[in-house]
Design a protein around this ligand. Structure first.
Ligand SMILES: *Cc1c(COP(=O)(O)O)cnc(C)c1O
Length: 470
């Protein structure tokens, strides 16, 4: 054994304790850390010929890289939809590395059964029926990709071809209909050989709404004249967290032949809140479903879950073929279900958080985030120079400048807020109007944090250059 490696092995408990102390110190002040950093990345170094050992590596990391890391796990990072890591989730994540199980199959370990138990818990958490089967993947993009891959195989079934054998070209042009899909949907269509341009946008309800107009969707389906299609319903859009009417869309299946995929990356969590659960009415009727976990469940990156009613088709797409084995039957090993073959046991962090806090603990995070979003929405309405672009439906506040809301001026506001170290918000465009959005999904965020964000925004708006006099 290399002497440095041998020395590290000899003092492994001590090294882990040092790493633990380091992480504990940093996490105890995560809410003081600048929410986004303006630090330049350090210049590249050469590959070490002789290593410095784990302690030396920790010292180098602390010196060279750690200062530039953001406080995105903290309570006032409201960009994208981010989330942090609950204490139990972090514990599970550490142990995932420590045990280093290969989640590809059951061979010699019960870890795959732990993943199945966890997927079952998630199914229950989101109110899905037993017909849905699932697996862990690395994020909602991958979950959408898996769902649409199963949809693609289903189109083949309807048209009498095997896409997994003959390729996507055997389908001819595919129609994918959606109102306000996330950018990961077109990415998935590109990866799957369906093609980004096959997404046909369906008109929305109008006004500030981002939900699809179901009557227009029905017209699009009617025009297909019986050809099967894919419908992507959106349960929680990123700008305003608007929800398609899932029940009404599912009802169209009685008349038209389509696969219903629901992207509920973070909107699925509405199911945990009695006040908001009606937003996901009809969820269970989907053929495939995407839910992110590293967002609102607050487990560390990278984790999401995919569900489908047609695991048989999923196996056709993803089975790891060997010359002497046919299609897996019964309960397929995970390597026959996901793009990965060897896989991290990423279910463990979720298992820990659900075991530690249960449905009620996670529901509290959802309820609190929704209440804080409402609070910020009210706060922003009272800040001179800002106005809401849509009502706060769930956990995102979408707003703009009352006066000349150009992309440049909004970027200047976002930059000033980020430079103050107080908060981080991301820009967007809603129906042509440049805007900012503040997304609440972190388990740590409090009312005090929310008021600090409002104050930072008010200061940034006051600091904008005055209009040029003519
Ligand atoms: C975040 C998000 C995605 C993509 O999720 P990743 O985990 O970043 O891959 C897809 N759909 C929606 C609605 C999202 O909010």
């Amino acid at each position: 054994m290399h002497p440095t490696l041998a020395a590290d092995l000899a003092r492994l408990p001590e090294l882990l304790q040092t790493a633990r102390d380091f992480a504990a110190r940093e996490l105890s002040r995560v809410d003081e850390r600048p929410v986004a950093t303006a630090e330049e990345a350090p210049g590249p170094e050469r590959l070490p010929a002789d290593g410095v050992g784990a302690q030396g590596a920790l010292d180098r990391f602390a010196q060279r890289w750690e200062p530039g890391f953001s406080g995105s796990a903290g309570p006032r990072y409201l960009g994208f939809v981010t989330g942090g890591a609950t204490p139990a989730a972090l514990t599970g994540d550490w142990l995932t590395g420590a045990y280093d199980q290969n989640g590809s199959s059951g061979g010699g370990s019960t870890s795959d059964a732990l993943e199945r138990e966890t997927v079952g818990w998630l199914r229950e958490l989101f109110g899905l029926g037993e017909a849905h089967r699932g697996a862990f993947v690395s994020g909602a993009t991958m979950s959408n990709t898996v769902g649409l891959a199963i949809a693609r195989e289903w189109l083949g079934e309807r048209l009498g071809v095997s896409v997994s054998r003959a390729g996507a070209a055997a389908l001819g042009p595919v129609t994918v209909l959606s109102g306000s899909p996330h950018s990961s949907i077109t990415k998935a269509l590109s990866v799957l050989g369906i093609g980004r341009d096959r997404l046909r946008p369906v008109p929305l309800l109008g006004g500030e709404r981002e939900a699809v107009d179901v009557a227009r969707l029905a017209e699009e389906l009617e025009a297909l004249d019986g050809r099967p299609a894919i419908v992507v319903a959106n349960a929680g859009t990123v700008n305003t967290v608007d929800f398609d009417d899932l029940r009404a869309i599912a009802a169209l299946k009685e008349r038209y032949d389509f696969w219903l995929h629901v992207d509920a990356a973070f909107g699925a969590f509405a199911a945990l809140s009695p006040a908001h659960a009606s937003l996901v009415d009809g969820f269970d009727a989907a053929d495939s479903i995407c839910v992110d976990l590293h967002k609102w469940l607050n487990v560390p990156y990278d984790a999401a879950v995919q569900f489908t009613r047609r695991q048989d088709l999923q196996v056709r797409v993803f089975h790891n073929e060997s010359p002497y084995l046919g299609l897996p039957t019964g309960t397929p090993d995970f390597l026959h279900l996901t793009p990965e073959n060897s896989r991290r046991l990423r279910a463990l962090a979720t298992w820990f958080s659900l075991t530690a806090y249960g449905r009620e603990g996670h529901a509290e995070i959802v309820e609190r985030c929704a209440a804080l979003a409402r609070r910020l929405g009210e706060g922003i309405s009272a800040v001179p120079g800002l106005r809401l672009l849509a009502p706060v439906h769930l956990n995102v506040v979408c707003f703009t400048l009352a006066d000349r809301p150009t992309a440049e001026r909004l970027a200047a506001v976002a930059r000033a807020v980020a430079d103050s170290g107080e908060a981080f918000l991301t820009p967007t465009v809603l129906h042509g109007t440049p805007a900012l959005r503040a997304a609440f999904s972190n388990w740590r965020t409090t009312e005090e944090d929310t008021d600090r964000v409002r104050d930072a925004l008010a200061r940034a708006v006051r600091g904008l250059p005055a209009p040029e006099s003519v």
